[in-house]
Write a protein that binds this ligand. Structure first.
Ligand code: EPZ
Length: 417
C-alpha cells in the first residue's frame, strides 16, 4: 500500500522510543566487508534501505541473518567484487562498499549511484580520496573500476564536507599502509558510531567527531559486536510531530546532544523542550514564532530535518527564511506543502515561509523523497481534514513503523491502497 491517510485534529501525547539510526547502520554494515567472520549488531532498524544493503552484501557472497532487531553478517572470501547497477540504483549509499572492498581485496567494481530527487549527489570526493591513497580509478560504462595492490596512508583534504566521503575513506584507510589524516572530515554522530565499530574490529582511529581524523593502518581486522546508535533524524521528526500538534511528547532512547541545533531552534520558536541524557520532551504550545534556519554539516542544523522543520514553520507567527546549503534541490516538499495552503516562496537555496496561524487545509499530496514524505505527514497532522500522502514508500526507506509510532501517540494515520 503506497498511500497514507492522515486525519487532522489530534493532539499527540505520550512517549515514543526511537529506532536505530539508518545512517549509522548502513556504513557499519558495509564495514563488515573489511573482516571475514561473523559480525553481530543490535538495534538495527527494519527498513527498506537495510534490506537493500543485505541484498548487496549477499550478492558479494556474504550471508545476513535478521532476528528481530539483531542483525548478523557472515563474511567469507567474497565471490564477487562487483556492486551491480540494479542494486546500487536502489540505494546511493551502496557506494560505501567501495572503500572496504578496495582496501581488503585490492579491486572493486561499483556502479555509479546516479542522482536522486534531492540532487546530483556526485561521488568525485570519494574517488579523489581513493586516488590519494594510491588507487587507480577508471569510470567505464557507468561503473567505477578501482584497483590498488596496497593502499598507502596519506593526508586527504576534503574541500567540501562529505559524510559518505569521510566514511568511505575512513574504512579504506583502516587497512592501508601507514597513517591517513582526514582534514575537514564530517563530524556527524554516525561517523563516530562507524569509527567506534571499526576500532572494535581492531582499527586504530582517533579524532572521529572532529574535523581531523587520524587512522593508522593495520594488517587485519576481526569481526565484533555493536549496538547501532539511535536515529537522531527520526527523534527530531517525532519531536516536531508533538510540537506541531501542540501536544506533549517525550522521545526516548535518543541522544539529545546530537540534536542541539534543532532543540535550540525549537526553543527560539517558543517551545519548552526538556532533555535528559537519553530523552527529550516538548510541551504544548498553542502558537509559536517563525524562526530562520540554515542547514549545514553537523553540529549545525541538519539538512535531513529541514523539510520537517519547514512544516512546523508553515503555521508559525511571522516569516521564516529557510536556507538549504547542503543539497541543491531539497525543496521538493515545498510545492506539496503549498497544496495544503502553505504560503512559501521557494528560491534557489532559500525558501521564504510566511506562517499562516489560521492553519493549513487538507489535500492529496505526493512524497518525492524520504524526508519530504515525513514533512507531508507532519503537515497532514494539522491540515484541516484528511490529507492523502501518495508514494509513501519513500518513508519506508528511513522510518521504522512511523504510522504505528504516531498512532500510539494519538494520531489518526493509516495506510491505504
Ligand atoms: C549522507 O549522505 C546521508 N545519507 C544523507 O541522508 C544526509 O542528508 C547527508 O549525508 C548530509 O548529512 C547517509 O548517510 C546514507 P554528503 P551523503 O556526501 O554522504 C556533495 C537521508 O535522508 N558531494 O555529506 O551522500 C553532495 O552532492 C539522507 O537519510 C559532492 O559534491 O552526503 C552534497 O551536496 C539524504 N561530492 C554535499 O556534498 C562527493 O563526492 C553533502 O553530501 C560527495 C558529496
Amino acid at each position: 500500500m503506497d498511500k497514507m491517510l492522515v486525519t487532522s485534529g489530534r493532539q499527540l501525547n505520550g512517549s515514543v522510543a526511537v529506532s536505530g539510526a539508518k545512517n549509522a547502520a548502513l556504513p557499519i554494515l558495509f564495514s563488515t566487508l573489511l573482516a571475514e567472520g561473523e559480525h553481530t549488531f543490535g538495534n538495527v532498524p527494519v527498513l527498506k534501505d537495510i534490506e537493500s544493503t543485505a541484498e548487496l552484501l549477499q550478492s558479494l557472497g556474504c550471508e545476513t541473518i535478521r532476528e528481530g532487531h539483531t542483525f548478523k553478517v557472515q563474511v567469507a572470501k567474497l565471490k564477487s567484487f562487483e556492486a551491480h547497477y540494479d542494486l546500487v540504483r536502489k540505494m546511493r549509499a551502496s557506494i560505501l562498499c567501495l572503500g572496504p572492498i578496495l582496501a581488503k581485496y585490492g579491486e572493486a567494481v561499483v556502479s555509479l549511484p546516479g542522482g536522486c530527487a534531492i540532487g546530483t549527489r556526485p561521488i568525485d570526493l570519494h574517488l579523489d580520496a581513493m586516488k590519494t591513497l594510491g588507487a587507480e580509478i577508471e569510470l567505464k560504462e557507468g561503473y567505477v573500476l578501482a584497483k590498488a595492490k596496497k593502499l598507502k596512508g596519506a593526508t586527504v583534504f576534503f574541500e567540501k564536507t562529505t559524510v559518505g566521503g569521510t566514511e568511505n575513506l575512513m574504512m579504506a584507510a583502516t587497512l592501508a599502509e601507514g597513517e591517513t589524516i582526514i582534514e575537514n572530515a564530517a563530524k556527524e554522530p554516525e561517523i563516530v558510531d562507524l569509527a567506534n565499530y571499526l576500532n572494535k574490529m581492531g582499527a586504530k582511529i582517533s579524532g572521529h567527531g572532529t574535523s581531523v581524523i587520524k587512522i593508522t593502518g593495520v594488517e587485519k581486522l576481526t569481526p565484533a559486536r555493536h549496538d547501532i546508535m539511535p536515529d537522531r533524524i527520526e527523534a527530531g521528526t517525532l519531536l516536531i510531530a508533538g510540537a506541531i500538534t501542540s501536544g506533549e511528547v517525550e522521545v526516548t532512547k535518543c541522544n539529545p546532544q546530537d540534536l542541539e541545533a534543532l532543540i535550540l531552534k525549537m526553543r527560539d520558536s517558543g517551545f519548552r523542550v526538556d532533555t535528559t541524557k537519553n530523552s527529550m520532551k516538548v510541551f504544548p504550545q498553542r502558537t509559536w514564532e517563525a524562526v530562520d534556519i540554515t542547514t549545514a554539516p553537523h553540529p549545525l542544523f541538519p539538512t535531513d530535518l529541514q523539510a520537517q522543520f519547514m512544516a512546523l514553520m508553515t503555521v508559525a507567527k511571522g516569516t521564516s527564511v529557510i536556507t538549504e546549503t547542503v543539497f541543491e534541490n531539497r525543496f521538493m516538499h515545498v510545492n506539496e506543502l503549498m497544496r495544503l495552503g502553505a504560503d512559501i516562496t521557494p528560491k534557489t537555496q532559500v525558501a521564504v515561509v510566511r506562517g499562516r496561524p489560521d492553519g493549513l487545509t487538507a489535500a492529496p499530496v505526493m512524497a518525492t523523497d524520504l524526508r519530504a514524505s515525513a514533512s507531508l505527514v507532519l503537515a497532514g497532522l494539522i491540515a484541516k481534514g484528511e490529507t492523502l500522502v501518495n508514494r509513501i514508500y519513500h518513508l519506508d526507506r528511513g522510518y521504522e513503523n512511523l504510522e504505528l509510532k504516531l498512532s500510539n501517540l494519538g494520531a489518526q494515520v493509516k495506510r491505504v491502497n
